[in-house]
Design a protein around this ligand. Structure first.
Ligand code: GLC
Length: 564
């Protein structure tokens, strides 16, 4: 394909994800809000990012912090009003920032009027908006649920003597996409936001929307890893294609699906441009790297290996080399902080590790995604006490283990590294109480390391801070189309300490060297002509080129060279 026809704003943009509950409180209730984001727009613009992805801001009883929506067309009261939203959008447009919203339509809240109607009677016009299993058919075949105390996705409702399906919490009933009226409603609500000027959607568990509504027993080979059986249902591609035809194709917008359960073999079925479905999706192969097989939230005992990290990224890059497009992320609101997980959050290595990871994300092919606070190197909070946790996923699993008499200490140890709350603590703005997030006790505790340099105010004033390095790196990426579209080629694949690769096109070649090690390391690259090598950026001032083929890297050092 001609390079010019492959160029798109959503490939060149850098995404900044905001968890609105934790970004900036302006009303003094301990919860972030839309006016808080408005207040910080100049800061966001100054980072060199282009697109803001907002986690759900719609009306919600907050069973799963906004992923349980009770009205898709209004704003959660705690976050503000529709006029705040309009002002936010206008403020973004004035600054040339685009807005991507979260589309959560695998399920709604059980307090959504559709569900309230649906459960009233078996012949209610809204009955088929959800999946019901009448009791006279017997107990429904086992379906596993995230966030359910019994891990059972079927909940019995005595009113109509039937079970409803909820792949997530009991308050998140799954919508029935088989029903064309449901699909029409969803298309309409998407248009509502696009007509307001929203630039795209991140689509929550979009791979789960189609179900085999006979709900057959899961195959015998099923080993507890239910996700592949939930994803890629029989009509999934038909629904996505229809959504594209009916809605997406009518606007210049971007889409990124949450690709839970989508394997690399299936990837192009979603994002090959010719199929007219989605632009890109988030795969989970990296997120699975340090987890028990099939258990997204349980840490594996062995440490993850850099060779696996490279393998995942190299394989996914190659899939999209000719068709489709990828996304690069190291964390989001569901996974722990990048520097704690993939780098090193000890005092001595934190700065280099955080900036090395920025260098990685911003030199890969694929749209880069950053979670608020990643630009200042925010770390996992590692709560010790269940009282401090707020996430339904942690709280309900704790209850289940407690009831079963399981090992609660081991569970908390796991959550310190895997818990979603690590990624949801308040943004660390300055040195005032609660890091300038709120004047009162916040809905979730602030990480105390805001007092030790992990805050925006201090980092603004230090030239070589994590924050200012982030800004330099976004500028580097934007200045070189090669870093966006160029070919990726892995060097020294078996090296467990250094990740080395080139990005190149017909005009330029860049060499990227990243140390994932806490010791000084060396690398010899005989295969490259380094004669004209010019340093583009380094996150460490120490010397790094020993002779013309050999590099010495400081712990977590990142280097980019232009080779000509
Ligand atoms: C997605 C979201 C997660 C949410 C779940 C249910 O995985 O990212 O935060 O809990 O879907 O909506």
């Amino acid at each position: 394909m001609e390079e010019s026809s492959r160029r798109k704003w959503w490939k060149e943009g850098i995404v900044y994800q905001i968890y609105p509950r934790s970004f900036q409180d302006t009303t003094g209730n301990g919860i972030g809000d839309l006016r808080g984001i408005i207040h910080r727009l100049d800061y966001i613009k100054s980072l060199g990012v282009d697109i803001i992805w907002l986690n759900p801001i719609y009306k919600s009883p907050n069973d799963d912090h906004g992923y349980d929506i009770s009205d898709y067309r209004s704003i959660m009261e705690e976050f503000g009003t529709m006029s705040d939203f309009d002002e936010l959008l206008m403020g973004m447009k004035q600054r040339g920032l685009k807005l991507v919203m979260d589309l959560v339509v695998n399920h709604s809240s059980d307090e959504h009027p559709w569900f309230l109607e649906s459960k009233k009677s078996r012949d209610n016009p809204y009955r088929d908006y959800y999946h019901w299993w009448p009791e006279e058919k017997g107990t429904p075949p086992k379906r596993w649920s995230f966030f359910d105390l019994e891990e059972n996705a079927w909940k019995y409702d005595p009113c109509t003597k039937a079970y409803y399906l909820h792949c997530f919490s009991v308050k998140q009933p799954d919508l029935n996409w088989e029903n064309s009226k449901v699909r029409q409603e969803i298309h309409d609500l998407m248009k509502f936001w696009f007509d307001k000027g929203v630039d795209g959607f991140r689509m929550d568990v979009i791979s789960f929307i189609s179900k085999d509504t006979d709900f057959p027993e899961l195959p015998e080979k099923y080993n507890g890893d239910f996700i592949p059986y939930y994803a890629n249902g029989p009509r999934l591609h038909e629904y996505l294609h229809e959504m594209n035809t009916e809605v997406l194709s009518k606007y210049d917008v971007m889409t990124v699906g949450e690709g839970t359960g989508i394997s690399i073999e299936q990837a192009l079925d979603f994002v090959n441009e010719d199929r007219k479905e989605l632009n890109m999706f988030f795969h989970f192969d990296l997120m699975d790297l340090d987890r028990e097989p099939g258990q997204m939230f349980t840490m594996r005992k062995e440490k993850w290996k850099l060779t696996d990290f490279k393998r995942v990224h190299s394989q996914w890059d190659s899939i999209f080399a000719q068709k489709g497009w990828g996304s690069i992320y190291l964390n989001n609101h569901d996974f722990p902080r990048a520097v704690s997980r993939w780098g090193n959050d000890s005092k001595v290595h934190w700065r280099n590790a955080a900036t090395m990871l920025h260098t990685f994300v911003l030199t890969m092919r694929g749209t880069p995604y950053f979670l608020y606070g990643e630009e200042i190197g925010m770390t996992n909070i590692k709560f010790n006490d269940i009282e401090d946790y707020r996430d339904i996923n942690t709280l309900n699993r704790f209850e289940t283990i407690k009831k079963e008499g399981g090992n609660l200490e081991a569970f908390i140890e796991n959550e310190k590294h895997a818990g979603r709350d690590n990624a949801r603590t308040p943004m660390q703005w300055d040195l005032s109480e609660n890091a300038g997030f709120t004047p009162i006790k916040p809905w979730i505790n602030v990480n105390k390391n805001y007092l030790e340099g992990v805050n925006v105010l201090v980092q603004e004033s230090e030239e070589d801070s994590v924050l200012n390095y982030f800004r330099r790196m976004t500028h580097v990426r934007k200045s070189h189309a090669t870093l966006i579209y160029g070919d990726y080629s892995l060097l020294d694949p078996e090296n467990e300490e250094i990740y080395a690769y080139t990005r190149s096109d017909s005009k330029n070649t860049f060499l990227v060297l990243l140390s994932f090690s806490s010791r000084i390391t060396e690398l010899t690259l005989n295969e490259l002509d380094l004669g004209l090598a010019k340093l583009v950026i380094s996150n460490d001032e120490a010397p790094h080129l020993k002779n013309d083929k050999k590099f010495v890297l400081q712990p977590y050092q990142a280097l980019i060279y232009h080779l000509g």
